[in-house]
Design a protein around this ligand. Sequence first.
Ligand code: FE2
Length: 420
Amino acid sequence: MMNLGPKALLQVAASVGFGVLFLLFMLPPRLTAEDRADAPAGGQEPAAVAAAPAPSAAGPGGEAERAALDAARNALGAETPAFLKGPYLQNGGPKRMTVMWESDVEARGMVEYGRTRETMTGFALAPLARKVQEVEIAGLRPETTYFYQVRVGRKLSDLQTFATYPEGAGKPYTMLVYGDSRSFPSTHAAIVRKMQAEDGLFFINTGDMVKVGSSYDAWRTEHFEPLGDMGARRVLWPVMGNHEANSPWYFTFFSVPGPGTENYYTFSVGDAKYVVVDSNLPLAAGSPQITWAEAEMKGSTAKWLIVIAHHPAYSTGDHGGYPLVQAALVPLLEKYRAALFFQGHDHNYERLEKNGVTYVTAGGGGARLRGATADAKDTPWSKKFAMAHHYCVVSIAPGAIEGVVKGTDGKEIDRFRIAR
Ligand SMILES: [Fe+2]
């Protein structure tokens, strides 16, 4: 919300003490994690303020920027907290990134960033003392790698990097999809180690990240600890599963660009528009989410439309396809020519093709595997089924989408190509 130049910031700080920083700290209060645990689910959390400019072209790491950075550091508290989660990334874009973390005491903090280790003079402040922090960095350059570090009180996080997304169409990239990563952290961690070795600008989890969404400890043991540095270096775009159960922790720990709710949202990268649906919500025609989803699909100008929900539309797996998902979403997928529908819930890999839409079940992220249901009605559409833990490497280019699906041993399970 504020965009003072480094010199102006220094002059203001010098003339009125740290008045400008005081003003930043007077921003509206934000709930702590504990507060939010009691808050009604589904509320959109405003991102914290981006308080400092990116290093200027005239002199990244220059004297004025360093002085402004020092002033901001000095205005933090004297705590030396432990990082309980993160830092980790959310809600990335060509020119923006959100950094989140949880510390063990309520403390103010800031993200320091720059294009090299030596020029990390950009900073964004979390103005209030709290445990779970969410800080937006704005004004970044597209397709650029940044170094960053979080400072909370007197404590520094590990040095990490993030990459901003390409801006506009025509820029190929790769992303990763997996899901149902709950309940078996060592299996989840094994999948994550394989994904970390892959190219991938961001990753999508199709839902059921924890067994019990209302359990604070489950988020640490089943999600954040197995993710390790993966979440610090690439944005995870989450999908609400039935095991998350609309828990306030989901809304506490994730930040997505929802339309007034974080249950469902869209984002666009390169030639693809992603529409994330919460299949636990009412799916009737005319319901708020379905009305919103149709408007988003209808209005899409991207070459590729990719829709994601937890419950499968079609599946020969244990649960099978969900009639409500079929009724609500399949007509939209076909009408607006969606290329892909990623789904989870069934703990297997499957690719099905029907009426020009490719359905991919990516439900082998850690939970106990389940086999196919032999007489499933959706079998005619199934092109590949594998009872295996896995992840999908998906390359998005203007002319084609290419997917390679791999198991925990790194071996290829499936490969698909969608060209139009
Ligand atoms: Fe599920």
